[in-house]
Structures are given as structure tokens and as C-alpha cells.
Unconditional design. Sequence first.
Length: 119
Amino acid sequence: MRFLDRFTTTASNSAKTLSERTSDFIEVGKLNMKRRRIEDEIIEKYEEIGQYVYGRLKKSNNVSREELYQQLKHIERIEEKIKSLEKNLVEAKKIKYCRACDIELDDETRYCPICGKLI
């Protein structure tokens, strides 16, 4: 009977672990897709800026700094979204990073081998 209890417990724990890992993989996949969409937004903004500058220079040899500034600020906001998503990805992947020098670390690492900071 003891063997059957251990077997049942082990099988249950294995199923739970598999379920958690599957959920983690799905979450990572969703975050990666969202990041790609946001990166595509940046590419579109770059194209808009390029078309704007080209069109203005071709017509009047004059580019409005204010309009460019607004476009650049929009790109900066998009980049902030990407940074936020990257933090979520790190958490979802359960990867350790050094906050001081931003390098990826092993799970067992307690101190950064580059800067010596406590993780």
C-alpha cells in the first residue's frame, strides 16, 4: 500500500510540475508575441519618420523639428513598453540577472561574477 501511495503522490506532483511549466511556456510565448508586435510599431514609426523627412526635404527643404520630436517621443514610449515586457519575460522565464551590470546568471549564483554584487 505504501508503494501505491508514493506512486500516486509522485504522479500527482509530476502532473502539477508539468502543468506549471506548460503555463510558463505559454506565458513566455504570449509575451514574446506581444514584444514582436511592439517592435513592429517602432519599425512603422521609423518608416513614418523617414517618409516625412524625405517628403519635406523633397518639397521645401525644411523639416519641422516639433513634428519629429513628437514622433521620437512616441518611439521612446514604445521602447519603455518593450523594457517593461522584457522584465516580465525575465520573470516568466525565471532567469536571474544582475541588476547592476545586466548579465544573465545561473540559478545557483549568489554574487555577480562581473561586479561582485549580491543577487
